[in-house]
Design a protein around this ligand. Structure first.
Ligand SMILES: Cc1ncc(COP(=O)(O)O)c(C=O)c1O
Length: 378
């Protein structure tokens, strides 16, 4: 049998490789981005109650109506934007499915899609499956958009620009002037849409990020993606949502209908009940404490820590420790020192290696303390 791969360059992701190695060597896993502490007990209490109710059958395609309503209220509270629960919100199986579905619905053969590197790994493959052309552009040395490069790349064939703010892996937040540049760009290109990946929207520290929800110019031109997995420490539930103007949403729903039809009914029902009872504005403080704890613990290490303004990732340079490639260094970090991290080169199209690695600090304090002790010995 001759099987032609649709994604010939895709192999096992670095997240799987590092997590597997961490397990084999009994290393502390600060690689993959998931929390290892308990979820809110209120969420568990609601789950226990709800699970015995009649909530186990298909939901309406776009989502449980109460959840849609409560998402709309959350957006109103967080960003002062009115979105129609019926027409402008879609509950998805995590941000990953929101991104995949959006790209399949909007990108036609030969359309160009701008990705800003280093970038999360779920953007490029859906573009290739839609026969689109990924245009990967490096962010500047501060991990902010290089508008000169972006303006030189975007043209009438550019269908989408994918933005990620707060940014994984750098932890950077866009400035006001970056947002204004994006607005100028969409005004210049009437067919350009923004896929705004804001999964870390509530994990910000000294400054809040500016959401596409807050900018009227961007409303009509953006698909904004959120993740309950990131916001409520429930990455395994695989549930999130996207917000888009009705005309775009109609196309996205056509794909969603045949991809999943609807999302897990139990998770939707539990979250519908939980949303009005939880204060998402406290999440930043919670993670800021972890960030500061982790950064303070590494002050006397030989790692140079970069600024972290949001997300639960901390970038570190090991340039004064070793000349190894970042992949070799992270492998040795596991085998010789017992800590797993992610090499940054895997987030770049050309695997550009700047001797940077990414630690995830969404871990309990004991895990962080043990990791910090090991990292300080290097
Ligand atoms: C930037 C970014 N976007 C999307 C996702 C996927 O989110 P979800 O788990 O909700 O699919 C992640 C997960 O790590 C991420 O970091």
């Amino acid at each position: 049998m001759k099987l032609t791969s649709k994604l010939p360059l895709v192999g096992t992701t670095i997240f799987t490789v590092m997590s597997k190695m961490a397990l084999e060597h009994n290393a502390i896993n600060l690689s993959q981005g998931f929390p290892n502490f308990p979820v809110d007990s209120l969420l568990i209490d609601i789950l226990k109650l709800k699970v015995s109710e009649n909530i186990h059958q298909y939901n309406p395609m776009a989502g449980n109506p109460l959840l849609l309503q409560n998402i709309s209220e959350l957006i109103q509270k967080s960003y002062n934007r009115n979105v129609s629960p019926e027409k402008e919100i879609l509950v998805t199986a995590g941000a990953t499915q929101a991104i995949f579905t959006t790209i399949q619905a909007l990108v036609h053969s030969g359309d160009e899609v701008v990705i800003l590197d280093p970038s999360y790994d779920c953007y490029e493959s859906p573009i290739l499956l839609a026969d689109g052309i990924p245009k990967r552009i490096p962010l500047d040395s501060n991990f902010l958009p290089d508008w000169q490069l972006i303006n030189d790349t975007v043209n009438a064939k550019t269908r989408l620009i994918i933005t990620n703010n707060p940014h994984n892996p750098s932890g950077k937040i866009w400035t006001e002037s970056d947002v204004v540049e994006l607005e100028t760009l969409v005004q210049k290109y009437p067919n350009l849409l923004v896929l705004s990946d804001e999964v870390y929207e509530y994990i910000t520290f000294e400054n809040k990020h500016i959401s596409a929800h807050e900018r009227t110019i961007l409303h009509e031109r953006s698909i904004v993606v959120s993740s309950f997995g990131k916001t409520f420490h429930i990455t395994g539930w695989k549930i999130g949502y996207l917000v888009a103007p009705e005309e775009i949403m109609l196309e996205i729903k056509k794909v969603h209908q045949f991809l999943v039809f609807c999302v897990n009914s139990v998770a939707q029902s539990v979250l519908a009940d939980y949303l009005p009872k939880v204060d998402t504005s406290k999440l930043g403080e919670f993670y800021q404490e972890k960030r500061d704890f982790f950064r303070n613990g590494l002050v006397n290490s030989r790692f140079k820590l970069l600024d972290c303004e949001g997300t639960y990732f901390q970038l570190a340079s090991y340039a004064i420790i070793s000349n190894e490639s970042d992949i070799d260094f992270t492998k040795r970090l596991i085998t010789d020192f017992g800590v797993a991290a992610i090499p940054l080169s895997v987030f770049n199209a050309d695997n550009a290696d700047h001797r940077l690695i990414r630690f995830c600090f969404a871990k309990d304090n004991l895990t962080l303390t043990n990791a910090m002790e090991k990292l300080c010995k290097i």
